[in-house]
Design a protein around this ligand. Structure first.
Ligand SMILES: C[S@@+](CC[C@H](N)C(=O)[O-])C[C@H]1O[C@@H](n2cnc3c(N)ncnc32)[C@H](O)[C@@H]1O
Length: 281
């Protein structure tokens, strides 16, 4: 088992496969479930945005979208249990990527999104993005590492017009560098944001950068189980990092699970942003 610099087990090999089977097979025993926990919070925020900003079909950008998991949950009302059963299944093991894609396109065709919504995904993994787009989970994909590079002119066009920015399991890999670049791509618009972030990753620098761009960030009181530790070694490395970050793990990470918190960032002047949004759209 390899660990990354944060003490977490390295799962990089599951992020860039041609289809989601390895992702779900590796994460199932770890009970990775944060997208499911995030679903009602994202859905509520999207509804609030739609109603308060008078936008019929908001454009959501999922940062670190991987195989389009949050989109599948929110657009097609899938559940994580359903996706685990769908991809971590002996019957599917011998199937081609094309066969899997055909089944997923059928899922996308057969379920009407509860409300009109456009879903774009940003990720560094080309394989995951291609799958999500071809399956019909995502409407557009941005293959970029905005930690390292400014968006290209084409990526700026793709990112512009974003109404909401969401993420699960991605802050840590991405920082305020990516989020700032996404916001700057909007001109005067200020998309709303909701990020589920492991407690081991301090959010202060993101919050400060967003404040400089006109955002107020609120941390939701609840904590959310992200997944089980992969081993006692991972747990002890993460407990060390939590202590170093001044986070008390008693009753939470000490009990065998990694926990996330939800940060919601909205522009201070929602009315002003609304006007700016109208001007731009
Ligand atoms: C733990 S996975 C989370 C995937 C998905 N959001 C979920 O919750 O199931 C982290 C994702 O972040 C992506 N990632 C890593 N570094 C990134 C970066 N610099 N910019 C965008 N995505 C990145 C990985 O490719 C991977 O898809």
């Amino acid at each position: 088992m390899r660990f990354d610099t944060t003490g977490k087990v390295s799962l990089d090999h599951i992020y860039d496969q041609p289809d989601p089977r390895t992702y779900f097979t590796v994460l199932r025993p770890l009970d990775y479930g944060v997208p499911q926990q995030a679903k009602p919070y994202f859905a509520k925020l999207i509804t609030e945005y739609r109603e308060s900003q008078d936008v019929a079909a908001p454009k959501v950008l999922d940062i670190g979208c991987s195989y389009g998991i949050n989109a599948a949950l929110l657009k097609y009302d899938a559940t994580m249990d359903e996706l685990y059963a769908r991809y971590d299944d002996d019957l599917r093991a011998g199937e081609s990527r094309e066969t899997l894609l055909a089944r997923d396109r059928e899922l996308a065709r057969s379920r009407q999104p509860p409300q009109a919504i456009r879903f774009a995904g940003l990720d560094t993994s080309a394989g995951a993005l291609s799958y999500a787009l071809e399956a019909g989970f995502l409407d557009d994909v941005v293959h970029a590492d905005l930690e390292k590079h400014e968006p290209t002119p084409r990526q700026l066009v793709q990112l512009s017009g974003t109404d909401l920015v969401i993420s699960t399991g991605c802050v840590g890999y991405v920082t305020e560098r990516t989020l700032t670049r996404v916001v700057r791509a909007q001109g005067v618009r200020r998309p709303w944001m909701a990020h589920f972030v492991l407690r081991m990753f301090p959010f202060d620098s993101v919050e400060r950068a967003l404040a400089g761009l006109g955002y107020r960030t609120v941390r939701v009181d609840e904590v959310f189980r992200q997944r089980r530790f992969a081993s006692s070694q991972e747990q002890s490395l993460v407990l060390d990092n939590l202590s170093a970050a001044g986070v008390d793990p008693q009753g939470l990470e000490t009990e065998g699970w990694l926990y996330a918190q939800l940060y919601i960032s909205r522009p201070y002047d929602i009315t002003g942003t609304n006007d700016a949004n109208r001007e731009q759209s």
